[in-house]
Design a protein. Structure first.
Length: 372
């Protein structure tokens, strides 16, 4: 079985992190974002993953080789010479998706399509069962949201799951389920798409729905598009809460750090160093080689590999990029994001700012802004 991941382009929404590495390689809860997806695909029987890439493909290739060998899955790159939207990449990869002879697949073997920004429990087996049960061309995973007016809402038959229409940012309530960015299609969908910039949501799905060829699978559990910093942090909170239920042993054991206080859900790489009198959590993820000096307070934060947080600093709602050095008595909050190799001098205050890589800050930033 095959899957195509829409890796996309520049990752501008997640800058400054994506100025250093392609978005799929940014660590989310101590694992590259896209690796969460590939591992879940392999668990449900996918043996060939196609990556639709239009930017920095060479940087991905080294990691892909390692993942392919470790997971025992074939990973192929499909290079876009120009951005092709969310449907064009399917047409570009047509020859890969319908190459069935080597795998012994049936003529219309379904394949998955994923948006690379999505994090959830990835109910791929359930989607396969749903797709087989209705026997039509496409299945879309939908998820429940609290404020549907911010999204495109999927209107469907509550009993059969058949999708009737899509309503973009409805002013009146028509439902509270939105497209979750996980699809399962028969290869016949490729006859609907040309190799040109095309939106699958606006130029393909409505016609499939009119023909009665599009159904939905209603997801349970958490879901988040983590393509921008605020949602990246929110997604981490949901992911850690799910770990607390499904795999609590993977979270930090409070007894390991008796001289510091661990609150709530905290995910630590084994190589993390935490000094005494710290307060870590809730909702904190610390990557490999991170050093937390004495008296530090971290809440709702991601700290990526090799970074140092100086003594008595206080961080809430922040993403600290790779190999940063934050001085002593620093205060950072309000979705402050540091790019790679940023130095923050002692006793500074950063409020909601984005700091580009390789910068050194010697003045406070009391108002949200981009530091270039």
């Amino acid at each position: 079985m095959k899957a195509l991941i829409l890796v996309g382009g520049y990752g501008t929404r997640l800058r400054p992190l994506t100025l250093s590495v392609p978005k799929p390689l940014v660590e989310f809860c101590n694992k590259p974002m896209m690796l969460h997806q590939i591992e879940a695909l392999v668990r449900c029987g996918v043996d060939h993953v196609i990556l639709a890439v239009s930017y920095r493909a060479q940087t991905l290739e080294t990691n892909i080789a390692d993942w392919s060998e470790k997971l025992g899955v074939k990973i192929t790159m499909s290079h876009e010479q120009e951005p092709l939207g969310t449907a064009g990449p399917l047409a570009l990869a047509r020859n890969i998706l319908i190459d069935n002879q080597s795998a012994g697949e049936t003529v219309n073997e379904p394949f998955f399509v994923l948006n690379s920004d999505v994090i959830c429990e990835f109910p791929f087996r359930e989607m396969i069962d749903c797709h087989r049960s209705h026997g039509k061309e496409g299945t879309i995973a939908v998820t429940k949201v609290e404020e549907p007016s911010k999204y495109g809402v999927v209107v469907f038959d509550q009993h059969s799951g058949e999708i009737h229409r899509f309503v973009e940012k409805p002013k009146e309530y028509v439902g509270n389920r939105i497209n979750a960015g996980l699809y399962l299609f028969n290869t016949s969908i490729l006859d609907r798409i040309e190799v040109k910039p095309t939106s699958i949501e606006k130029e393909v799905f409505p016609f499939m729905a009119e023909e009665g060829q599009l159904f939905c699978y209603q997801m349970s559990g958490f879901w988040m598009d983590i393509g921008q910093p605020k949602d990246f942090l929110a997604g981490m909170t949901l992911y850690l809460s799910n770990l607390r239920i499904k795999d609590p042993s993977s979270l930090c054991n409070e007894s390991l750090y008796e001289s510091s206080e661990i609150n709530g859900n905290v995910l630590l790489h084994p190589s993390v160093s935490i000094a005494s009198n710290c307060r870590i959590g809730p909702n904190v993820s610390l990557s490999d080689g991170v050093v937390i000096e004495s008296g530090v307070c971290l809440k709702n934060c991601v700290v990526l590999s090799g970074s140092i947080i100086g003594s008595h600093s206080w961080l809430n709602g922040c993403i600290v990029g790779w190999r940063c050095h934050i001085g002593r008595w620093v205060r950072m909050e309000n979705v402050t994001v540091l790019g790679e190799d940023v130095i923050v001098n002692d006793e500074l205050y950063l409020n909601g700012c984005r700091v580009l890589p390789h910068k050194s800050l010697s003045l406070s930033v009391p108002q949200p802004q981009i530091i270039m």
